[in-house]
Ligand binder design. Structure first.
Ligand SMILES: Cc1cc2nc3c(=O)[nH]c(=O)nc-3n(C[C@H](O)[C@H](O)[C@H](O)COP(=O)(O)OP(=O)(O)OC[C@H]3O[C@@H](n4cnc5c(N)ncnc54)[C@H](O)[C@@H]3O)c2cc1C
Length: 442
Protein backbone atom coordinates (compact mmCIF):
# COMPACT_ATOMS: atom_id res chain seq x y z
CA UNK A 1 0.00 0.00 0.00
CA UNK A 2 2.85 2.33 0.90
CA UNK A 3 4.59 1.60 -2.43
CA UNK A 4 1.37 2.25 -4.30
CA UNK A 5 1.12 5.66 -2.64
CA UNK A 6 4.70 6.60 -3.60
CA UNK A 7 4.06 5.44 -7.16
CA UNK A 8 0.90 7.57 -7.38
CA UNK A 9 2.80 10.61 -6.01
CA UNK A 10 5.67 10.34 -8.49
CA UNK A 11 3.17 9.96 -11.33
CA UNK A 12 1.43 13.09 -10.12
CA UNK A 13 4.82 14.91 -9.89
CA UNK A 14 5.62 13.95 -13.50
CA UNK A 15 2.21 15.13 -14.62
CA UNK A 16 2.69 18.53 -12.94
CA UNK A 17 6.15 18.86 -14.49
CA UNK A 18 4.72 18.10 -17.94
CA UNK A 19 2.18 20.86 -17.49
CA UNK A 20 4.83 23.47 -16.59
CA UNK A 21 6.51 25.97 -18.92
CA UNK A 22 9.31 25.07 -21.30
CA UNK A 23 11.85 26.76 -18.96
CA UNK A 24 10.62 24.95 -15.85
CA UNK A 25 13.53 23.06 -14.26
CA UNK A 26 16.28 24.89 -16.16
CA UNK A 27 19.51 25.26 -14.16
CA UNK A 28 19.96 28.48 -12.15
CA UNK A 29 21.79 31.40 -13.71
CA UNK A 30 25.31 31.96 -12.47
CA UNK A 31 24.99 34.64 -9.81
CA UNK A 32 27.40 36.99 -11.59
CA UNK A 33 25.09 36.91 -14.62
CA UNK A 34 21.88 37.15 -12.63
CA UNK A 35 23.16 39.97 -10.42
CA UNK A 36 26.01 41.87 -12.09
CA UNK A 37 25.84 44.87 -9.76
CA UNK A 38 27.89 43.30 -6.94
CA UNK A 39 30.80 40.84 -6.90
CA UNK A 40 30.11 37.43 -5.30
CA UNK A 41 32.37 35.86 -2.67
CA UNK A 42 34.07 33.54 -5.18
CA UNK A 43 36.15 36.66 -5.89
CA UNK A 44 36.91 37.41 -2.27
CA UNK A 45 36.88 41.05 -1.09
CA UNK A 46 40.10 42.66 0.18
CA UNK A 47 40.60 42.71 3.95
CA UNK A 48 39.28 46.05 5.23
CA UNK A 49 38.20 44.77 8.65
CA UNK A 50 41.65 45.06 10.29
CA UNK A 51 41.02 48.71 11.18
CA UNK A 52 43.35 48.87 14.20
CA UNK A 53 46.35 47.33 12.38
CA UNK A 54 46.46 44.00 14.21
CA UNK A 55 49.64 43.15 12.31
CA UNK A 56 51.50 45.56 14.63
CA UNK A 57 50.82 43.14 17.51
CA UNK A 58 52.16 40.12 15.64
CA UNK A 59 55.72 38.86 15.29
CA UNK A 60 57.17 38.77 11.74
CA UNK A 61 56.60 34.97 11.71
CA UNK A 62 52.96 35.39 12.74
CA UNK A 63 52.47 38.10 10.11
CA UNK A 64 53.92 35.73 7.49
CA UNK A 65 51.57 32.90 8.55
CA UNK A 66 48.64 35.30 8.38
CA UNK A 67 49.46 36.41 4.83
CA UNK A 68 50.24 32.87 3.63
CA UNK A 69 46.88 31.54 4.83
CA UNK A 70 44.98 34.60 3.57
CA UNK A 71 46.42 34.27 0.06
CA UNK A 72 45.60 30.54 -0.10
CA UNK A 73 42.10 30.98 1.33
CA UNK A 74 41.19 33.80 -1.06
CA UNK A 75 42.82 32.17 -4.11
CA UNK A 76 42.16 28.44 -3.65
CA UNK A 77 39.26 28.13 -1.20
CA UNK A 78 36.89 31.01 -1.96
CA UNK A 79 36.15 30.10 -5.62
CA UNK A 80 35.00 26.55 -4.89
CA UNK A 81 33.48 26.26 -1.42
CA UNK A 82 29.96 27.56 -1.98
CA UNK A 83 28.98 24.64 -4.21
CA UNK A 84 30.25 22.12 -1.63
CA UNK A 85 28.42 23.95 1.15
CA UNK A 86 25.20 23.87 -0.90
CA UNK A 87 25.59 20.13 -1.54
CA UNK A 88 26.74 19.50 2.06
CA UNK A 89 29.82 17.71 0.71
CA UNK A 90 33.39 17.95 1.92
CA UNK A 91 35.78 19.71 -0.53
CA UNK A 92 38.50 17.05 -0.70
CA UNK A 93 40.15 19.01 -3.52
CA UNK A 94 41.12 21.65 -0.95
CA UNK A 95 43.08 19.22 1.26
CA UNK A 96 46.39 19.39 -0.71
CA UNK A 97 46.22 23.21 -0.63
CA UNK A 98 45.66 23.19 3.13
CA UNK A 99 48.45 20.64 3.54
CA UNK A 100 50.86 22.96 1.70
CA UNK A 101 50.16 25.68 4.29
CA UNK A 102 51.83 23.50 6.98
CA UNK A 103 49.45 24.63 9.72
CA UNK A 104 48.08 21.23 10.84
CA UNK A 105 49.57 20.34 14.20
CA UNK A 106 49.56 24.04 15.16
CA UNK A 107 51.55 24.52 18.33
CA UNK A 108 52.98 20.97 18.50
CA UNK A 109 56.78 20.93 18.26
CA UNK A 110 58.59 18.08 16.48
CA UNK A 111 57.04 15.05 14.75
CA UNK A 112 56.80 17.05 11.50
CA UNK A 113 54.46 19.59 13.15
CA UNK A 114 54.84 23.34 12.61
CA UNK A 115 55.44 24.33 16.26
CA UNK A 116 53.80 27.72 15.77
CA UNK A 117 53.05 30.13 18.60
CA UNK A 118 49.44 29.91 19.75
CA UNK A 119 48.95 33.38 18.24
CA UNK A 120 50.27 32.14 14.88
CA UNK A 121 47.97 29.15 15.04
CA UNK A 122 45.05 31.42 15.97
CA UNK A 123 45.56 33.86 13.11
CA UNK A 124 45.77 30.92 10.68
CA UNK A 125 42.43 29.71 12.05
CA UNK A 126 40.92 33.18 11.66
CA UNK A 127 42.13 33.61 8.10
CA UNK A 128 40.60 30.28 7.04
CA UNK A 129 37.37 31.11 8.87
CA UNK A 130 37.23 34.49 7.16
CA UNK A 131 36.72 32.70 3.85
CA UNK A 132 35.15 29.40 4.86
CA UNK A 133 34.25 28.26 8.39
CA UNK A 134 33.75 24.65 7.28
CA UNK A 135 37.39 24.40 6.16
CA UNK A 136 38.54 25.95 9.42
CA UNK A 137 36.42 23.51 11.45
CA UNK A 138 37.93 20.62 9.49
CA UNK A 139 41.41 21.83 10.52
CA UNK A 140 40.31 22.65 14.06
CA UNK A 141 38.97 19.16 14.78
CA UNK A 142 41.90 17.45 13.05
CA UNK A 143 44.63 19.63 14.52
CA UNK A 144 43.56 21.40 17.72
CA UNK A 145 41.52 18.49 19.08
CA UNK A 146 42.71 15.15 17.68
CA UNK A 147 46.40 15.86 16.99
CA UNK A 148 46.78 17.86 20.17
CA UNK A 149 45.29 15.04 22.25
CA UNK A 150 47.88 12.69 20.77
CA UNK A 151 50.57 15.37 21.28
CA UNK A 152 49.66 16.01 24.94
CA UNK A 153 48.39 12.59 26.04
CA UNK A 154 50.00 10.09 23.65
CA UNK A 155 53.08 7.91 24.23
CA UNK A 156 56.33 8.68 22.43
CA UNK A 157 55.64 5.77 20.05
CA UNK A 158 52.10 7.03 19.30
CA UNK A 159 53.40 10.54 18.56
CA UNK A 160 56.03 9.20 16.20
CA UNK A 161 53.59 6.86 14.52
CA UNK A 162 50.60 9.17 13.99
CA UNK A 163 51.63 12.84 14.06
CA UNK A 164 53.90 13.13 10.97
CA UNK A 165 51.29 11.97 8.44
CA UNK A 166 48.50 13.88 10.25
CA UNK A 167 50.64 17.04 10.03
CA UNK A 168 50.88 16.59 6.26
CA UNK A 169 47.14 15.82 6.00
CA UNK A 170 48.07 12.48 4.43
CA UNK A 171 45.83 11.00 7.11
CA UNK A 172 42.83 12.74 8.71
CA UNK A 173 41.70 12.61 12.33
CA UNK A 174 38.54 13.21 14.31
CA UNK A 175 37.81 13.62 18.03
CA UNK A 176 34.89 11.83 19.62
CA UNK A 177 33.67 12.97 23.01
CA UNK A 178 29.97 13.91 22.66
CA UNK A 179 27.29 11.22 22.87
CA UNK A 180 23.59 11.35 22.04
CA UNK A 181 22.69 11.56 25.75
CA UNK A 182 25.70 13.61 26.91
CA UNK A 183 26.41 16.97 25.21
CA UNK A 184 27.08 19.80 27.67
CA UNK A 185 27.31 17.08 30.32
CA UNK A 186 29.99 15.22 28.30
CA UNK A 187 32.05 14.23 31.32
CA UNK A 188 29.18 11.88 32.31
CA UNK A 189 29.54 9.96 29.01
CA UNK A 190 28.54 6.28 28.96
CA UNK A 191 30.56 4.60 26.18
CA UNK A 192 32.63 1.89 27.82
CA UNK A 193 36.17 0.52 27.55
CA UNK A 194 36.67 -2.95 29.00
CA UNK A 195 40.11 -4.48 29.42
CA UNK A 196 40.68 -7.78 27.63
CA UNK A 197 43.82 -9.72 26.77
CA UNK A 198 46.07 -7.54 24.59
CA UNK A 199 43.75 -4.55 24.47
CA UNK A 200 40.35 -3.01 25.08
CA UNK A 201 36.78 -3.49 23.87
CA UNK A 202 34.91 -0.26 23.15
CA UNK A 203 31.12 -0.17 23.21
CA UNK A 204 28.84 2.80 22.74
CA UNK A 205 27.74 5.65 20.57
CA UNK A 206 29.09 9.10 19.67
CA UNK A 207 27.31 11.99 17.98
CA UNK A 208 28.28 15.12 16.05
CA UNK A 209 31.85 13.97 15.46
CA UNK A 210 33.40 16.19 12.74
CA UNK A 211 35.42 14.44 9.96
CA UNK A 212 34.38 11.04 11.34
CA UNK A 213 32.88 9.64 8.14
CA UNK A 214 36.27 9.65 6.41
CA UNK A 215 38.82 9.94 9.25
CA UNK A 216 41.75 7.50 9.26
CA UNK A 217 42.35 8.05 12.96
CA UNK A 218 39.52 8.44 15.48
CA UNK A 219 40.39 9.68 18.98
CA UNK A 220 37.60 8.23 21.14
CA UNK A 221 36.81 8.77 24.81
CA UNK A 222 35.17 5.99 26.82
CA UNK A 223 34.63 5.08 30.45
CA UNK A 224 36.97 2.43 31.86
CA UNK A 225 34.67 -0.22 33.34
CA UNK A 226 37.23 -1.07 36.06
CA UNK A 227 38.11 2.46 37.28
CA UNK A 228 34.92 4.27 36.15
CA UNK A 229 37.23 7.03 34.81
CA UNK A 230 37.36 8.37 31.26
CA UNK A 231 40.17 7.02 29.07
CA UNK A 232 41.21 7.92 25.53
CA UNK A 233 41.83 5.59 22.59
CA UNK A 234 43.06 5.77 19.02
CA UNK A 235 40.65 3.81 16.83
CA UNK A 236 41.54 3.17 13.23
CA UNK A 237 39.30 3.52 10.19
CA UNK A 238 37.42 0.35 9.25
CA UNK A 239 38.06 -1.36 12.62
CA UNK A 240 35.56 -4.24 12.85
CA UNK A 241 32.43 -3.06 14.72
CA UNK A 242 33.06 0.64 13.95
CA UNK A 243 30.58 2.60 11.87
CA UNK A 244 30.25 6.34 11.18
CA UNK A 245 27.30 7.81 9.31
CA UNK A 246 26.81 11.39 8.23
CA UNK A 247 24.34 13.63 10.06
CA UNK A 248 22.14 15.11 7.34
CA UNK A 249 20.12 18.37 7.07
CA UNK A 250 22.47 20.70 8.98
CA UNK A 251 21.90 24.43 8.47
CA UNK A 252 25.49 25.42 9.26
CA UNK A 253 29.04 24.18 8.57
CA UNK A 254 27.38 22.15 5.87
CA UNK A 255 30.63 20.96 4.29
CA UNK A 256 31.87 19.50 7.57
CA UNK A 257 30.97 15.83 7.75
CA UNK A 258 29.60 15.36 11.26
CA UNK A 259 28.92 11.76 12.08
CA UNK A 260 27.06 9.41 14.35
CA UNK A 261 29.57 6.80 15.45
CA UNK A 262 28.57 3.32 16.52
CA UNK A 263 31.09 1.25 18.46
CA UNK A 264 30.02 -2.38 18.63
CA UNK A 265 32.64 -4.44 20.44
CA UNK A 266 35.49 -2.55 18.73
CA UNK A 267 38.86 -4.02 19.70
CA UNK A 268 41.66 -1.50 20.34
CA UNK A 269 45.14 -2.92 20.99
CA UNK A 270 46.98 -1.82 24.16
CA UNK A 271 49.43 0.21 22.09
CA UNK A 272 46.55 2.48 20.95
CA UNK A 273 45.33 3.45 24.39
CA UNK A 274 46.39 7.05 25.15
CA UNK A 275 48.42 6.70 28.36
CA UNK A 276 47.90 10.36 29.33
CA UNK A 277 44.09 10.22 29.54
CA UNK A 278 43.20 8.74 32.91
CA UNK A 279 40.27 11.00 33.79
CA UNK A 280 38.18 13.71 32.15
CA UNK A 281 40.45 16.37 33.70
CA UNK A 282 43.29 15.12 31.49
CA UNK A 283 41.50 16.59 28.46
CA UNK A 284 41.72 20.08 30.01
CA UNK A 285 45.14 20.82 28.54
CA UNK A 286 43.75 20.11 25.07
CA UNK A 287 40.52 22.00 25.62
CA UNK A 288 42.43 25.06 26.86
CA UNK A 289 44.14 25.40 23.46
CA UNK A 290 41.15 24.32 21.37
CA UNK A 291 38.85 26.81 23.10
CA UNK A 292 41.23 29.63 22.16
CA UNK A 293 41.28 28.32 18.58
CA UNK A 294 37.48 28.12 18.48
CA UNK A 295 37.29 31.71 19.72
CA UNK A 296 39.29 32.77 16.67
CA UNK A 297 36.78 31.21 14.27
CA UNK A 298 34.04 33.82 14.93
CA UNK A 299 36.70 36.52 14.69
CA UNK A 300 37.61 35.34 11.19
CA UNK A 301 33.98 34.85 10.22
CA UNK A 302 33.11 38.39 11.33
CA UNK A 303 36.09 39.82 9.45
CA UNK A 304 34.97 38.11 6.25
CA UNK A 305 31.40 39.32 6.69
CA UNK A 306 32.56 42.89 7.30
CA UNK A 307 34.88 42.75 4.27
CA UNK A 308 32.04 41.47 2.10
CA UNK A 309 29.59 44.12 3.32
CA UNK A 310 32.16 46.89 2.89
CA UNK A 311 32.58 46.02 -0.81
CA UNK A 312 28.91 45.29 -1.41
CA UNK A 313 27.68 48.61 -0.01
CA UNK A 314 29.95 50.48 -2.40
CA UNK A 315 28.96 48.38 -5.43
CA UNK A 316 25.21 48.09 -4.98
CA UNK A 317 23.11 51.13 -5.79
CA UNK A 318 19.55 51.99 -4.74
CA UNK A 319 17.74 55.32 -5.08
CA UNK A 320 20.53 56.39 -7.41
CA UNK A 321 23.36 56.12 -4.87
CA UNK A 322 25.54 53.33 -3.43
CA UNK A 323 24.04 51.63 -0.37
CA UNK A 324 27.10 52.96 1.51
CA UNK A 325 25.64 56.46 1.25
CA UNK A 326 22.77 55.71 3.64
CA UNK A 327 23.38 56.70 7.27
CA UNK A 328 21.55 53.65 8.60
CA UNK A 329 23.82 51.36 6.62
CA UNK A 330 26.94 53.20 7.77
CA UNK A 331 25.85 52.84 11.39
CA UNK A 332 25.48 49.07 10.98
CA UNK A 333 28.81 48.80 9.20
CA UNK A 334 30.62 50.77 11.91
CA UNK A 335 28.97 48.71 14.65
CA UNK A 336 30.29 45.59 12.92
CA UNK A 337 33.76 47.16 12.60
CA UNK A 338 33.84 48.04 16.31
CA UNK A 339 32.84 44.49 17.21
CA UNK A 340 35.62 43.04 15.05
CA UNK A 341 38.29 45.25 16.71
CA UNK A 342 37.10 44.28 20.21
CA UNK A 343 36.96 40.59 19.30
CA UNK A 344 40.48 40.63 17.82
CA UNK A 345 41.92 42.34 20.89
CA UNK A 346 40.27 39.91 23.29
CA UNK A 347 41.38 36.95 21.18
CA UNK A 348 44.93 38.29 21.02
CA UNK A 349 45.05 38.91 24.78
CA UNK A 350 43.84 35.35 25.36
CA UNK A 351 46.77 34.05 23.31
CA UNK A 352 49.21 36.17 25.32
CA UNK A 353 47.74 34.95 28.63
CA UNK A 354 48.19 31.38 27.37
CA UNK A 355 51.76 32.03 26.20
CA UNK A 356 52.72 33.44 29.61
CA UNK A 357 51.05 30.57 31.46
CA UNK A 358 48.42 32.88 33.02
CA UNK A 359 45.32 31.77 31.13
CA UNK A 360 42.66 30.19 33.35
CA UNK A 361 39.63 28.14 32.19
CA UNK A 362 37.48 31.17 33.04
CA UNK A 363 39.59 33.42 30.78
CA UNK A 364 39.24 31.02 27.83
CA UNK A 365 35.52 30.56 28.39
CA UNK A 366 34.87 34.31 28.62
CA UNK A 367 36.80 34.77 25.37
CA UNK A 368 34.77 32.09 23.58
CA UNK A 369 31.40 33.22 24.89
CA UNK A 370 31.94 36.98 24.47
CA UNK A 371 33.43 36.63 21.00
CA UNK A 372 30.70 34.32 19.68
CA UNK A 373 28.01 36.64 21.04
CA UNK A 374 29.54 39.70 19.33
CA UNK A 375 29.97 37.65 16.16
CA UNK A 376 26.30 36.68 16.21
CA UNK A 377 25.40 40.38 16.28
CA UNK A 378 27.93 41.15 13.56
CA UNK A 379 26.76 38.51 11.09
CA UNK A 380 23.11 39.37 11.57
CA UNK A 381 23.84 43.05 10.85
CA UNK A 382 25.73 41.89 7.76
CA UNK A 383 22.82 39.74 6.71
CA UNK A 384 20.53 42.79 6.88
CA UNK A 385 22.95 44.97 4.92
CA UNK A 386 22.93 42.64 1.91
CA UNK A 387 19.15 42.61 1.61
CA UNK A 388 17.96 39.61 -0.41
CA UNK A 389 21.52 38.64 -1.26
CA UNK A 390 22.05 38.33 2.49
CA UNK A 391 20.29 34.97 2.33
CA UNK A 392 22.41 33.67 -0.57
CA UNK A 393 25.52 31.62 0.17
CA UNK A 394 27.12 33.11 -2.98
CA UNK A 395 27.65 36.41 -1.17
CA UNK A 396 29.28 34.75 1.86
CA UNK A 397 27.20 36.45 4.54
CA UNK A 398 24.33 33.91 4.60
CA UNK A 399 26.81 31.03 4.74
CA UNK A 400 28.75 32.74 7.53
CA UNK A 401 25.51 33.58 9.37
CA UNK A 402 24.54 29.88 9.38
CA UNK A 403 28.06 28.64 10.11
CA UNK A 404 28.25 30.72 13.25
CA UNK A 405 25.32 28.93 14.87
CA UNK A 406 27.06 25.58 15.50
CA UNK A 407 30.19 27.47 16.63
CA UNK A 408 28.03 29.29 19.20
CA UNK A 409 27.12 25.81 20.47
CA UNK A 410 30.20 23.60 20.14
CA UNK A 411 33.27 23.50 22.37
CA UNK A 412 30.93 24.46 25.22
CA UNK A 413 27.75 26.36 24.45
CA UNK A 414 27.55 30.09 25.16
CA UNK A 415 25.75 29.24 28.42
CA UNK A 416 28.20 26.59 29.59
CA UNK A 417 31.20 28.83 28.91
CA UNK A 418 29.45 31.65 30.75
CA UNK A 419 28.94 29.35 33.74
CA UNK A 420 32.61 28.26 33.68
CA UNK A 421 33.63 31.93 34.00
CA UNK A 422 30.82 32.53 36.50
CA UNK A 423 32.14 29.70 38.68
CA UNK A 424 35.66 31.11 38.52
CA UNK A 425 34.72 34.66 39.47
CA UNK A 426 32.17 33.78 42.17
CA UNK A 427 33.56 30.51 43.48
CA UNK A 428 30.11 28.94 43.10
CA UNK A 429 29.31 26.28 40.48
CA UNK A 430 25.82 26.58 39.02
CA UNK A 431 25.78 23.85 36.38
CA UNK A 432 23.17 21.84 38.22
CA UNK A 433 19.86 23.11 39.53
CA UNK A 434 20.15 24.01 43.22
CA UNK A 435 17.68 21.24 44.11
CA UNK A 436 19.97 18.56 42.67
CA UNK A 437 22.05 16.64 45.20
CA UNK A 438 24.50 15.39 42.61
CA UNK A 439 27.96 16.92 42.52
CA UNK A 440 28.82 18.86 39.33
CA UNK A 441 31.23 16.89 37.20
CA UNK A 442 32.13 19.77 34.91
C1 LIG B 1 28.40 21.17 14.00
C2 LIG B 1 28.84 20.53 15.27
C3 LIG B 1 30.09 19.95 15.36
C4 LIG B 1 30.49 19.26 16.50
N1 LIG B 1 31.69 18.59 16.51
C5 LIG B 1 32.00 17.81 17.57
C6 LIG B 1 33.17 16.98 17.53
O1 LIG B 1 33.92 16.97 16.54
N2 LIG B 1 33.44 16.18 18.59
C7 LIG B 1 32.64 16.15 19.70
O2 LIG B 1 32.94 15.41 20.62
N3 LIG B 1 31.51 16.93 19.77
C8 LIG B 1 31.18 17.76 18.73
N4 LIG B 1 30.04 18.54 18.77
C9 LIG B 1 29.16 18.48 19.94
C10 LIG B 1 29.09 19.77 20.73
O3 LIG B 1 30.25 19.92 21.50
C11 LIG B 1 27.78 19.76 21.55
O4 LIG B 1 26.73 19.97 20.61
C12 LIG B 1 27.76 20.80 22.62
O5 LIG B 1 28.65 20.47 23.66
C13 LIG B 1 26.35 20.98 23.23
O6 LIG B 1 25.75 19.78 23.55
P1 LIG B 1 24.27 19.47 23.04
O7 LIG B 1 24.19 19.79 21.59
O8 LIG B 1 23.95 18.09 23.45
O9 LIG B 1 23.33 20.50 23.79
P2 LIG B 1 22.69 20.30 25.25
O10 LIG B 1 23.76 19.94 26.23
O11 LIG B 1 21.52 19.41 25.14
O12 LIG B 1 22.20 21.78 25.57
C14 LIG B 1 20.97 22.34 25.08
C15 LIG B 1 20.80 23.73 25.67
O13 LIG B 1 20.75 23.65 27.11
C16 LIG B 1 21.75 24.49 27.68
N5 LIG B 1 22.31 23.86 28.88
C17 LIG B 1 22.77 22.57 29.01
N6 LIG B 1 23.23 22.37 30.25
C18 LIG B 1 23.07 23.55 30.92
C19 LIG B 1 23.37 23.99 32.23
N7 LIG B 1 23.95 23.20 33.14
N8 LIG B 1 23.05 25.25 32.58
C20 LIG B 1 22.49 26.10 31.67
N9 LIG B 1 22.19 25.75 30.41
C21 LIG B 1 22.48 24.49 30.04
C22 LIG B 1 22.82 24.62 26.60
O14 LIG B 1 23.58 25.81 26.78
C23 LIG B 1 21.96 24.65 25.34
O15 LIG B 1 21.48 25.96 25.13
C24 LIG B 1 29.64 19.25 17.64
C25 LIG B 1 28.41 19.90 17.57
C26 LIG B 1 27.99 20.52 16.42
C27 LIG B 1 26.63 21.16 16.38
Amino acid sequence: MCHGFIHRCSRADDQYKDERSSYFNLPSLDVSVAFPQATPASIFPPCTSDYYHFDDLLTPEEQAIRMKVRVCAERDVAPIVTKYWEKAEFPFEVVPKLAALCVAGGTIKGYGCPGMSITGSAVAMAELSRVDASCSTFILVHSSLAMLTIGFCGSEAQKQRYLPSLAQLKTIACWGLTEPDYGSDASALRSTATKVAGGWILEGQKRWIGNSTFADVLVIFARNTATNQINGFIVKKDAPGLQATKIANKIGLRSVQNGDILLKKVFVPDEDRLPGVNSFKDTNKVLAVSRVMVAWQPIGISMGVYDMCHRYLKERKQFGVPLAAFQLNQQKLVQMLGNVQAMILIGWRLCKLYETGKMTPGHASLGKSYITQRARETVSLGRELLGGNGILADFLVAKAFCDLEPIYTYEGTYDINTLVTGREVTGVASFKPAASNQRSRL
